[in-house]
Design a binder for this molecule. Structure first.
Ligand code: SF4
Length: 678
């Protein structure tokens, strides 16, 4: 099966089995449910109840609570009773790792249990063992023996189950046969699913989480394909990106992973994992889901009014694999296309004037004394100035795009390049000999003449956007057409947001450009918004655009999207668990502290995990790990190897820096270290 969803061009939910979780129905076209997980100690009944209530009041339709051992599993009864006493009947989910005994207790109390097939029966030893077919089959028998009792309890009590695979905690058996791959993730869940089906138990939801949105998206697609091929039906999907982090990066990473799948109608419930209090995850979930209610409603209204937009032509065969990342083959046009990292275009069209100092927001800091610019790793590659020409010399790596009529007046044709509307380009004979940008709304029929020009002109770069209500699939459809016709001009993804909150804008940008970048489409990114819509919003008590300018917000968002899709690495990457009842230190504070001293380490991946039980397994491909290993104790990892055990937390950040230095992963920051740590 090459297609993994009902349609690549029309918004259609994937048909899935209906699952009952207490009184809540999920799957089978029921609304996409939003959920979160508590971070309190499960033995602290009142704290857990009160946090659960905050989540429910925020809109959580399911609340997950960790049950690391039998005693926490038993305490779920006290939590449930207290919630009921206070009038809250929202279904609870017990989160289980390693402890079948706890799962069997919890399944008799709460409405749903979550098991991780990577560690439900297997104890991970990080050993590379070759399994013969007979040994592999024996392991499956062992799983069946240990897992079947839980299935029977769930059946008897009407309890639902999530078989939740995590990329970072695959069993040695799966790793030995499939490696650390999306197929390994799928097979890990399928082994458990087959056992449950043999018991005629179907109240099941599946998840394929990873901290890398690329791996996560491929794994969910593959899971749908494998379930359809093997069973002829699909179980509901719980979508999530693990250890996404906090703030804007966490939202961007989640929106790329979850949003890319929702765009194609996949997903019956979602959780956005942020290193923030869990109730703050719910509005982000709601913003993500709302987009698809809007898409369906807008399409229905348009068709009822008889003014529907042109249908996006269907796709029956893809010219690329949706299960692996391969960048679309494009030709090189200046610093755009081919194997070069996607470029970032900063939109200054609405600026009345542009000075040296304005460039600081997009990565160029000007020093008046030396008359020089310092260029950051996240410096934009192009400025779009509309009808303006600049009256100062540009930093070396920065070029300008301006409207064609303005470009005609520019004297420096090595630095200034024209933007044409598509018809304007076809009519004009004044083209740049180096680089021409052609803007095209893919929702209007593109002429064959333009496609011929794209094929012929080696300086041709398309700037694609869509006025279609379901914009991403319409841009994707156009790029598929370019691929089918063998047209290799580079493509810039232009996305404009009219959303009225910062979170909505982040989700809009991330979903619409991120979904394409994950499929190898896009040689650049050009984000636009309306700053007036967000200028009065308060974040941490301050007006948002007091803390950063809109240009800085857009520039950061562009680089964060490229980083999260792993198409252009410009900064340190943090893999930070969302925390739960097992967490051994203040994750939010520690994550902020580590970020403040390591944010300049371009390309280094640092995991910050709350506990040593699951942390090491969930760190995925982090280069270094900072993991809680006891009260006030931190264990430091290099890859999956422990290098410093039980370090006092008071000096653990400094020890982490020493570890980075020992491994040549450190460069001195511009701000003195002592100041930053304090
Ligand atoms: S790694 Fe973090 S979220 Fe996962 S179990 Fe440990 S503390 Fe909880």
């Amino acid at each position: 099966m090459q297609l993994y969803c009902e349609s690549l061009t029309e918004y259609k939910r994937l048909a899935t089995r209906e699952v009952r979780i207490g009184d809540l129905l999920l799957g089978n076209f029921h609304p996409i449910r939003v959920q979160t997980m508590t971070t309190t100690d499960t033995m602290d009944t009142i704290a857990t109840v009160e946090q659960s209530i905050r989540c429910i009041e925020a809109g959580a339709e399911l609340v997950r609570i960790t049950a690391p051992s039998k005693k926490e599993a038993e305490n779920l009864l006290a939590i449930k009773n207290e919630l009921h006493r206070r009038g809250y009947k929202t279904p609870l989910v017990a989160d289980i790792h390693f402890t079948p005994n706890a799962a069997e207790i919890a399944a008799r109390i709460v409405e749903k249990v979550r098991v991780n097939p990577g560690n439900y029966v297997d104890k991970k030893k990080f050993e590379q063992i070759d399994y013969t077919d007979a040994e592999y089959a024996e392991e499956i028998d062992r799983i069946r023996e240990r897992f079947t009792p839980l299935v029977k309890i769930c059946k008897e009590y009407g309890t639902a189950m999530r078989i939740g695979t995590n990329h970072g905690s695959l069993s040695d058996r799966i790793m030995s046969r499939y490696g650390d791959t999306p197929m390994g993730m799928v097979e890990s869940a399928m082994e458990f699913l087959r056992i449950a089906r043999n018991e005629s138990y179907h109240n099941i939801i599946l998840s394929m989480k990873a901290s890398n949105p690329q791996v996560m998206v491929q794994a969910y697609r593959l899971l749908v394909s494998v379930m359809t091929d093997e069973f002829g039906e699909c179980y509901p999907l719980h979508l999530g990106v693990t250890e996404a982090g906090d703030g804007e990066d966490g939202r961007i990473k989640s929106a790329i992973g979850i949003g890319s799948l929702l765009e194609d109608g996949l997903g019956d419930t979602i959780r956005v994992s942020l290193t923030e209090d869990p109730e703050f995850e719910i509005p982000v979930c709601k913003d993500l889901v709302k987009r698809y209610i809007d898409v369906s409603t807008a399409a229905q209204h348009q068709s009822a009014a008889g003014n529907g937009q042109p249908a996006i032509p269907e796709v029956n065969k893809l010219p690329y694999s949706p299960f692996e990342y391969v960048r679309r083959n494009t030709q090189t046009v200046s610093n755009i296309g081919s194997k070069q990292v996607p470029v970032v275009i900063a939109d200054f069209m609405k600026a009345d004037t542009i000075t040296h100092n304005d460039l600081q927001a997009v990565g160029y800091t000007y020093d008046t004394v030396t008359d020089k610019f310092t260029i950051s790793d996240a410096a934009a590659d192009y400025l779009y100035t509309g009808k303006k020409l600049l009256d100062f010399a540009l930093p070396g790596t920065l070029k300008v795009i301006c409207d064609h009529s303005t470009w005609l007046k520019a004297t420096d044709k090595e630095k200034y390049y024209p933007l044409f509307q598509s018809t304007e380009y076809l009519k004009s004979t004044d083209h740049s000999g180096i680089l021409n940008f052609i803007s095209l709304d893919v929702n209007t029929a593109a002429s064959q003449e333009l496609l011929q020009a794209a094929r012929r002109d080696r300086s041709f770069v398309l700037v694609l956007w869509s006025s279609h209500v379901h914009a991403m699939p319409s841009v994707r459809r156009y790029i598929i057409e370019l691929m089918n016709q063998g047209i290799n001009c580079p493509v810039i993804l232009a996305v404009e947001s009219h959303d009225t909150t910062i979170d909505e804008q982040l989700i809009h940008f991330s979903t619409e450009s991120g979904a394409l970048l994950l499929d190898g489409m896009g040689d650049g990114i050009w984000l636009m918004n309306d700053p007036e819509k967000i200028q009065n919003q308060k974040v941490s008590g301050r007006t948002y655009l007091e803390t950063k300018s809109n240009h800085q917000f857009i520039n950061n968002t562009s680089f964060s999207i490229l980083q999260a899709t792993r198409t252009r690495i410009s900064k340190t990457e943090y893999i930070s668990c969302p925390s739960c009842g097992r967490t051994l230190f203040d994750l939010q504070e520690t994550t902020a502290k580590i970020r403040s001293v390591t944010h300049h380490l371009k390309g280094v991946k640092i995991a910050i995990m709350g506990c040593i039980v699951n942390g090491p397994g969930e760190m995925a491909d982090a280069d270094f790990g900072y993991v809680g290993s006891g009260p006030g104790k931190i264990t430091l990892y290099k890859g999956k190897e422990i290098v410093k055990r039980n370090v006092d937390s008071a000096i653990a950040v400094e020890e982490l820096i020493n570890l980075l230095k020992e491994n040549n992963a450190w460069v001195d920051p511009l701000v003195p270290l002592r100041t930053a740590i304090n």
